[in-house]
Design a protein around this ligand. Structure first.
Ligand code: UFG
Length: 334
C-alpha cells in the first residue's frame, strides 16, 4: 500500500485528509510543526481511526528535518498543506508568508527530488482568481493576486508548473472549506477571534462572541450579502484522496477547483447555522470588509471529469457538523 507524507497533517484540512486517506487504505505519515494545530490532534486521530498515528514534529523550513523523513520512510507521494493561510496577516507580514509558503515548498521539492519522490498534491486556493465577474470560475481563468497570501499560492502553482515530466502534480484550488468530521472529534479550532464566517458564527452560537458583523448588504447579489461556495471539509478531504490516487496511477498532472458550484450568501449561512444550533443568531449589518468580492463560486466540472470528484454534503450538513464539533468541545471544556 502506498505511503503518503502529509505536511501540515495536524491542521484543519490536513487532519480530515489524514482520516480520508487512512480510510482509503493508505499508510500516512504526518509532518507538522504544530504552529497552528492543537497537540492532541494525533491522539484524536488515533481514537477515530483505531490505529497508531505516525507523527513527526518538524518544519518545512528545516531542510534537515525534511530530508530525515525521506530517509526514514519509503514515501510514494506527498500532500503539502503546511503553510500560512490568513489573508489579513499576510498583508502585515508579507515576507513571513513568502518565506514559509514559497520557501517551504522549495525545501520540500528539493527533499522530494533528492529521494526520487515526484508526486505532490498542492493546497491552492480560489484566491488565485482575484476579483472577477466570471462566476462560476473555470480553472483556465487568469490568475491575479490581491494579497501576499494569494501571491504565495500563485507562486507555488507556477513553481510546480516548471517541473519536468518526471513529476506529477495535483493543484487543488479550494473554495470555502467549512464543517467538521462526522465523529465531532476534530474540526476547525481557531484560538483567536476568527476571521472566517463559519468559525465566527460558531462562537456567537456558543455565546463566546456577542454578535456577527455581516460585512456589507449592498453587493450585487440576491440578498445583498457576499456569496461564497462553501464546501464540507470531508468532501474536500476526499478530493485529496482522488488527487493523490490519480497522480500515483496515471503519472499525469491536474489543476482543479474543489467546490460545490453552489453559492450561499452570508445570510443563508446565518440561517442554516441557526437551524443547526436551534437559535436565532445575533447579527448586524456592518460596512464591507476591504478586499472582499461579491461572489466567488467554483465551476466544479473539471474536478468531476478528471478525478471523479463531486461534493455531496449540503450547507445544512456543514453547519450541523460544525455545531456538533463546537458544542461538544465546549461541553468537554466545562
Ligand atoms: N463575513 C462576514 N462576517 C465575518 C466574516 C466573514 O460577513 O465576520 C463574510 C465575508 O464578507 C464573505 C463571507 O462571509 O462574504 C465569507 O468570508 P470568509 O472570511 O469566511 O471567507 P473568504 O471568502 O473571505 O476567504 C476564504 C479563505 C481565504 C481564501 C478566500 C478565497 O478564508 O483563505 O476564501 O478563496 F483566500
Amino acid at each position: 500500500m502506498a505511503k503518503i507524507l502529509l505536511t501540515g497533517g495536524a491542521g484543519y484540512i490536513g487532519s480530515h485528509t489524514y482520516l480520508a486517506l487512512v480510510e482509503a487504505g493508505f499508510e500516512v505519515v504526518i509532518f507538522d510543526n504544530f504552529s497552528n494545530a492543537k497537540p492532541d490532534v494525533p491522539s484524536r486521530l488515533q481514537d477515530i481511526s483505531g490505529d497508531a498515528v505516525h507523527v513527526i514534529q518538524g518544519d518545512v523550513l528545516n531542510r534537515d528535518e525534511l530530508a530525515a523523513v525521506f530517509d526514514a520512510h519509503q514515501i510514494d507521494g506527498v500532500v503539502h498543506f503546511a503553510a500560512k493561510k490568513a489573508v489579513g496577516e499576510s498583508v502585515e507580514k508579507p515576507l513571513e508568508y513568502i518565506h514559509t509558503n514559497v520557501g517551504g515548498l522549495l525545501n520540500l521539492l528539493s527533499a522530494m527530488d533528492g529521494a526520487g519522490v515526484r508526486r505532490i498534491v498542492f493546497s491552492s486556493s480560489a484566491t488565485v482568481y482575484g476579483d472577477t465577474d466570471v462566476q462560476p470560475i473555470p480553472e483556465d481563468h487568469p490568475r491575479t493576486y490581491t494579497s501576499p497570501y494569494a501571491y504565495t499560492k500563485i507562486a507555488g502553482e507556477q513553481i510546480l508548473e516548471q517541473l519536468n515530466d518526471d513529476w506529477a502534480v495535483g493543484i487543488l484550488r479550494y473554495f470555502n472549506p467549512v464543517g467538521a468530521h462526522q465523529s465531532a472529534m476534530i474540526g476547525e479550532d481557531p484560538s483567536d477571534i476568527p476571521n472566517n464566517l463559519v468559525p465566527y458564527i460558531a462562537k456567537v452560537a456558543t455565546g463566546d462572541l456577542e454578535q456577527l458583523a455581516v460585512f456589507g448588504d449592498d453587493y450585487d447579489t440576491p440578498d445583498g450579502t457576499g456569496v461564497r461556495d462553501y464546501i464540507h471539509v470531508e468532501d474536500l478531504a476526499n478530493g485529496h484522496v482522488l488527487s493523490i490516487k490519480s497522480l500515483l496511477e496515471t503519472g499525469s498532472s491536474h489543476t482543479v477547483n474543489l467546490g460545490t458550484g453552489e453559492g450561499s450568501s452570508v445570510l443563508d449561512v446565518v440561517r442554516a447555522y441557526g437551524e443547526a444550533c436551534d437559535q436565532d443568531l445575533n447579527y448586524k449589518i456592518a460596512p464591507r470588509r476591504d478586499g472582499d468580492v461579491a461572489v466567488l463560486t467554483a465551476r466544479p466540472t473539471k474536478a468531476k471529469e478528471e478525478l471523479g470528484f463531486e461534493a455531496t454534503r449540503s450547507l445544512a450538513d456543514m453547519c450541523r457538523s460544525s455545531w456538533a464539533w463546537v458544542s461538544g468541545q465546549r461541553r468537554n471544556s466545562k
